[in-house]
Design a protein around this ligand. Sequence first.
Ligand code: ASP
Length: 371
Amino acid sequence: MRNAFHAKYLAATFVLAAATLPAGIALAADEAATATTAPTSATTPRVAVLATGGTIAGQADTRAANAYNAGAVGAQQLVQAVPGIEKLARLSTGQVASIGSQDMNDKVWFALARRIQEIFDRNEADAVVITHGTDTLEETAFFLDNVLRTDKPVVLVGSMRPSTATSADGPSNLYEAVEVAASPAARGRGVMVVLNDTIQSARATTKTNTTNVQTFASPNSGPIGYVDPASVRFLTPALQPDSHKYALPSGEQLPRVEIVYAHANMDGVQIDNAIANKARGIVLAGVGDGNTSKSALEALQRAAKQGIVVVRASRVGSGFVNRNVEVNDDTSGFVVSLDLNPQKARVLTQLLIANGVTSPAQVQKAFAATW
Ligand code: ASP
């Protein structure tokens, strides 16, 4: 049970609250090492907060109107600035990156995945919360969901307003993310996303609004739960243990898979460029049910003939892309993304190729198995 007057209703922003930290709490500029708050009790869950940057850690840039520096605030400072958060969990913090999530990349993904797996394998924490920019948060969440081997809660959280904004949403979102992560009911649910009182699954959620605080939605299935002043409420049962996990390839890079965005009057140039750029896979963000023009389809068929994995997804934002409706996927050697949006279809295609799964039949089976 939590106090109804929790962080959300308090006026403190990260920055203001950070300025009033109790004496003796040092805020390291570089928090590569993990710092720990004092334990509430030995049975209180241990939650590791890993920061990657984003607006949730953003500070206004006084040199330019309306601009801010994503990731300016460190992990420990973020946590220390949320009133009451220390009562929810024994918190430790680590800084994995300090970037706007538009710059999220394979190197940070690999470091994040390895660190989280290590935290669980060494029993350093009972749950992990990752602070992240909202732009590519759904891709990181889906990537982690496909590579982490654990039933412990992993929660991604961001904010739509920087810490210096009036009614910054970061403190309440971080409070709720830790609350969800520390909840016994959060186990066995895969990677989750918590913003604005709502819990979404990594697989289903997507950013739907450029500025509104209620931006994450799961268009095909709805949220998996809510956080209200009384408790964390899940609407769905926990998942069956998922055997579909993919190994990270050695090195720090996933195979090149390009997304091609379909539109009226489309030719095959984007697709031929992707082939020339040595893409191992091409995801079509198709019109309607993953559709595109005759010339683009012919270019995709040329790609598939060369062994490039071709996945038809949709730019529509909700619904399924089904096989062999207006496009003959069987004869073209194509795969359909079902309900995965183009950016998530890209991540899964990268992981499949990295794990040697490249034939259209095998790739299609893997897409179906995520459902
Ligand atoms: N560009 C920012 C980011 O994704 C936006 C945000 O965090 O909301 O890092």
